[in-house]
Design a protein around this ligand. Sequence first.
Ligand code: 5RP
Length: 223
Amino acid sequence: MTQDELKRAVAQAAVAYVVENEIVGVGTGSTANFFIDELAKIKHKIKAAVASSEATAARLRSHGITVLDLNEVTSMPVYIDGADEITPQGAMIKGGGAALTREKIVASVAEKFICIADGSKLVDQLGRFPLPVEVIPMAHTVVARKLNAIGGEARLRLKDGQPLITDNGNMILDVHGLQIADPVGLEALINNIVGVVTVGLFARQGANVCLLGTETGVKTLQF
Ligand code: 5RP
């Protein structure tokens, strides 16, 4: 199976976790896009969606799905999103699509985080995928030095030769070379650096369920 077929399979499996007549939180990225296309098929069964990025909001709306501002929402049974890496304990690296801050905010409101990923994302230890950190633009070199001091190599993410600007008007540092033995501790440490908006470690509040696409079918990991 191709990676896209595995992503489509987990996106289809995730539909079973959508709660009827409720609001669903929707992530960002290629796997989340497959999920949005599946969600469109049952859009009459949900109240609305909350998006974790402008791109996701646009795709949801293009399918005729109502998108609510998070400030209008008080409860959300599930948040469904992809990941760049996930451990057998449910800790994740996210932010490959630069949407980590909104993803973490929307996920924090949901009762359950349902991670959808192809099998290549399952790792014993996080860190091979460069860890994204959203930073306030005026602080990117200051923060980069501090991230380097904890053992990484921070590189400013570029798009078309210019610093990538997030939906929130910030920049992304991708930290290479970290071997993350204590994801909860590192999440707190990096979030405490002045100038950091959010680190793309989802460990303190990780996934509750991971639907993993494999050659032998969709495996369900519960955390
Ligand atoms: C976006 C994310 C994505 O969930 C993550 O990058 C995985 O993306 P994909 O489904 O395209 O592999 O965190 O910020």
